[in-house]
Design a protein. Sequence first.
Length: 140
Amino acid sequence: MEQLTAKQRESVSKASTRYILNKLINLGEDETAIMELDRNALQKLWAKYLIGEKVAAAKEVAAEVTTGYDPEIERIRIELEREKLQEQKKITALKEKEMAEQKALKEKELKQKELELEVRRQEIRAAEAARQAAEQAWKE
């Protein structure tokens, strides 16, 4: 790591272990072998790539990775995207149904309150009419 620039050393030390693992795997390192390494060993290995000791092998692996195209993997990816979209549509439909049910319930509650209010108004009118009749009878 001493051969790295200060910026590179800082980059290596700040990089997460998962990031370094992914980089090394993408560069062709044996996944099972590097999974057993501790963070310090992973950083040293990553540093070797950065200073160019393993550049030739890395370029070969990078070329294979970038030019490789597997139609089966692409088909699976597309199918998964379709399934994801279908699930999102189902979730959206369920949310819309739930919102419609909530709206209907609110409307029902509102009508019930309006009916209760109308009954109360009629009771008040009847009480007022009875009071006026009693007042009229008392005056006579």
